[in-house]
Ligand binder design. Structure first.
Ligand SMILES: Nc1ncnc2c1ncn2[C@@H]1O[C@H](COP(=O)(O)OP(=O)(O)O)[C@@H](O)[C@H]1O
Ligand SMILES: [Mg+2]
Length: 416
């Protein structure tokens, strides 16, 4: 079948070859480039898409939406995949796919296409979003089509195909690993980074300075939240205040980057079951996550927090696996919004050589009672109440002791 196709176009070699290949298959290809904060010359990419055969090119600035509609909701639920990955790529993919679907509808296209590979997470994130938002669109994923991948067995085939058709191939030698960059992070993986035992060379890092060369003095910043969302960032260096979500995010990125904050080197589990070594630089989000979690310590109910914490692995897995637009995600986000109703106030962070830690927090909805917490005053707390509290909790342990441990109270430990 042929007709109008909207291709998610990054400007790289793969998507350029795919673009022309689709044209040669008889398609009318509309290229869509999402500006999610990657350092690119978008005019040059648009020009390249037209030159390669696109009948129309959309370049759209999605940065603000990335922050307000994807990063902030992830922050509300403290999303962190496998305890470490801040999901920089996983958060941007559903946004790119969503806009792509909208353009397809606007253009009356019958299909959408992407150049994600068959081994990765991104194919899933794109295609689940297409399915959730417009299941009537056909999906053309060339890296899963034998007639495509049998023609392009390696980079050499792609380069030859491009050169034969006058599609510009970057003169610079391709990096020996793969990167994905946006406003939230840059990831580095594959190639020379595949051996998990090998330390990444310092040159790969591009969004953060090495903590070793970061300033020898602390930088202080205050972040103010309203119902869990960042609404103000105050530099305690020069008093500058930012309120716009995109501006404050960019500012936090810069501050954290200059202090070497946000580097993670990990082996993670991809959705499709393959393990993968990834190196991430996620400066600004690292600050937000630390500050937000700290404010919750002051303002969130204990049981709500503990229940919410049980949901974090699931929430993170849904984002990672590409289920941003799903009923279970809507359910979780509604719960997280509820949990954030009183998460308002300010946290001051100290930034120093790769670390960020809270040094003070205030909240108009604080649940902290200094008199109750204090070691020095009774504060309305009856010391004798604690006796009953402990006695009640002891009942079960005493019964257990009677049945199992009376003969040798330490026997059970011998196997540990
Ligand atoms: N900023 C973007 N705008 C539109 N589509 C994108 C963008 N980034 C990535 N894609 C799509 O996602 C696919 C996979 O992305 P990626 O793994 O980063 O590969 P690439 O080397 O093409 O950037 C691309 O082939 C393209 O279809
Ligand atoms: Mg890319």
């Amino acid at each position: 079948m042929s007709g109008k196709v909207v291709l998610a176009y990054s400007g790289g070699l793969d998507t350029s070859v795919i673009l022309r290949w689709l044209v040669e298959q008889g398609h009318d290809v509309i290229a869509f480039v999402g500006d999610v904060g990657q350092a690119e010359d978008f005019q040059a990419i648009a020009e390249k898409a037209r030159h390669t055969g696109a009948s129309r090119v959309y370049v759209e600035d999605l940065r603000r939406e990335l922050v307000t509609d994807f990063v902030f909701p992830a922050l509300l639920g403290n999303a962190l995949y496998e305890g470490r990955y801040l999901l920089g790529t996983a958060l941007a993919r559903p946004l790119i796919a969503k806009r792509q679907v909208e353009i397809a509808e606007q253009e009356g296209a019958y299909a959408v296409s992407h150049g994600a590979t068959a081994k990765g997470n991104d194919q899933v994130r794109f295609e689940l979003t297409y399915a959730a938002l417009n299941p009537s669109l056909e999906v053309i994923a060339p890296w899963k089509k034998p007639e495509f991948f049998s023609q392009f067995k390696g980079r050499g085939d792609l380069i030859r195909y491009a050169e034969e058709r006058g599609i510009p191939v970057k003169a610079t030698a391709a990096k020996s690993y793969s990167e994905d960059e946006n406003l939230v992070h840059i990831s580095h993986e594959a190639g020379v980074l595949e051996d998990p035992a090998v330390r990444p060379p310092e040159e790969i890092f591009s969004h953060t300075v090495s903590p070793r060369v970061a300033p020898d003095r602390e930088t202080l910043v205050e972040i103010r939240f309203l119902n869990g969302k960042p609404v103000e960032v105050i530099s305690l260096e020069d008093g500058c205040k930012l309120h716009d979500p995109l501006e404050l995010y960019i500012f936090l990125n810069r501050l954290a980057a200059a202090n070497g904050i946000g580097r993670v080197d990990m082996v993670e589990n991809r959705f499709i079951g393959i393990k993968s070594r990834g190196i991430y630089e996620t400066p600004g989000a690292t600050l937000l996550w630390v500050a937000h979690r700290d404010l919750e310590g002051l303002a969130m109910d204990k049981e709500v927090m503990h229940l919410r914490d049980m949901l974090i692995p699931k929430f993170s897995e849904l984002i990672y696996n590409g289920f941003w637009f799903s009923p279970e995600m809507d359910f979780l986000l509604a719960a997280f919004h509820k949990s954030q109703e009183a998460i308002s106030g300010s946290v001051t962070l100290a930034l120093y050589k790769g670390n960020a830690w809270p040094v003070g927090r205030t909240s108009p909805t604080s649940l902290y009672n200094q008199d109750l917490s204090s070691m020095d005053t009774e504060g309305g707390f009856r010391a004798t109440d604690s006796m009953g509290f402990i006695n009640t909790h002891s009942l079960r342990l005493k019964a257990h002791h009677l049945v199992l441990r009376e003969a040798d109270p330490y026997a059970w430990r011998k196997n540990i």
